[in-house]
Design a protein around this ligand. Structure first.
Ligand code: COA
Length: 305
């Protein structure tokens, strides 16, 4: 009996050890030592970027905007980051702009206000939206107003069923400014964008999926595991193809058909030049010549080329 138990346990222990070694975080790099943002880099290439002011529900203070702007600048070219997962510490994703430090605190300081405003737009609408690797918003709890915009900027969003979303500006006599109004219109229906903006009503993770504001929702207890599954799936793809696909899908949205056709032809040619593993050729070879895979059903074998 004892021997049986021992032999049964061995593979499980080995499995756990292997999982631990890929989950282990890389030694924290000095450039990632931020006051309001925590960076956790796993050995498998998945990097968690954590909005880290849990006692203030991760409200977006000027410091947090500057920290995020720097963090995303470094991570964009960090070879140890292959997929980025953005989330919040504690029970909130983000309670939106910090009413005290951002709005009231900068009211009489136009220079600091301009700098914070620049960083605020820069990290959410440029650095995150144009991040060269896949990005996943993992919405763990409360998210209001300006906290919604990084979710829109991420490529994929997964929420806890229990998360609470709201375009709450109307509740304190404000409008969804700072690009919130524009951002929610990118992913919500016109009806939903208008209703939630003028009512200030909240919606949960399941409702966010039904509205297509996020892709998936799961019970909070499974949120991290499911986000990691998405990250691992995206890591299997050719990284140059995924970067060019992200850029193409976002860019063509506001183009005319003729502009899109021209842009996509150029983008497609450019991909052939930058793709260091020549994925298109490898994929065609494996489908047409060796007949070892079917493009409709999965990714080509990137190791054998
Ligand atoms: N700006 C500044 N401070 C904020 C904040 C924000 N957007 N959201 C939360 N905080 C602060 C609170 O002032 C409080 O600080 P204190 O401990 O010094 O008093 C702390 O975070 C905890 O907030 P509290 O309201 O006590 O937490 P809660 O868990 O009961 O409620 C929320 C959480 C998110 C529902 C609530 O804090 C809230 O409504 N925040 C504002 C959301 C909003 O409308 N944002 C839109 C901005 S564009």
């Amino acid at each position: 009996m004892a021997t049986k138990t021992a032999t049964k346990r061995k593979p499980a222990a080995a499995k756990r050890a292997a999982a631990k070694s890929t989950e282990a975080t890389i030694k924290t790099k000095p450039e990632y030592d931020f006051e309001t943002v925590k960076i956790e880099q796993r050995k498998d290439g998945i990097t968690f970027v954590i909005l880290n002011r849990p006692e203030k529900r991760n409200a977006l203070s000027p410091q947090l905007h500057h920290d995020m702007d720097d963090a995303l600048t470094y991570l964009a070219t960090d070879p140890d980051t292959k997929v980025l997962i953005l989330t919040g510490a504690g029970n909130a994703f983000s309670a939106g702009q910090d009413l005290k430090l951002y709005f009231r605190g900068l009211g009489n300081d136009p220079v600091a206000r301009a700098r914070a405003s620049h960083a605020s737009d820069s990290w959410r609408s440029h650095r995150l939206m144009n991040f060269p690797k896949p990005t996943i918003a993992m919405v763990n709890g409360f998210v209001f107003g300006g906290g919604l915009t990084p979710i829109v900027s991420c490529d994929v969003a997964i929420a806890a069923n229990e998360a609470t979303f709201g375009i709450s500006e109307i509740n304190w006599g404000h409008i969804p400014g700072g690009l919130v109004g524009w951002n929610v219109n990118q992913v919500m229906s016109a009806r939903d964008a208008m209703w939630y903006s003028i009512s200030g009503d909240t919606f949960n993770g399941k409702e966010a999926v039904a509205m297509k504001f996020v892709n998936f929702s799961v019970p909070r207890a499974k949120l991290k595991a499911e986000a990691l599954k998405i990250a691992k799936k995206l890591m299997q793809k050719n990284p140059w193809a995924i970067q060019y696909t992200k850029e193409a899908i976002r860019s063509v949205r506001h183009m005319s058909m003729d502009q899109a056709s021209d842009y996509l032809r150029c983008k497609s040619d450019a991909l052939q030049r930058v793709d260091k593993e020549a994925g298109r050729q490898a994929g065609m070879k494996q489908f047409l010549d060796t007949k070892t895979f079917r493009p409709g059903l999965g990714t080509y074998d990137r190791k054998s080329g």
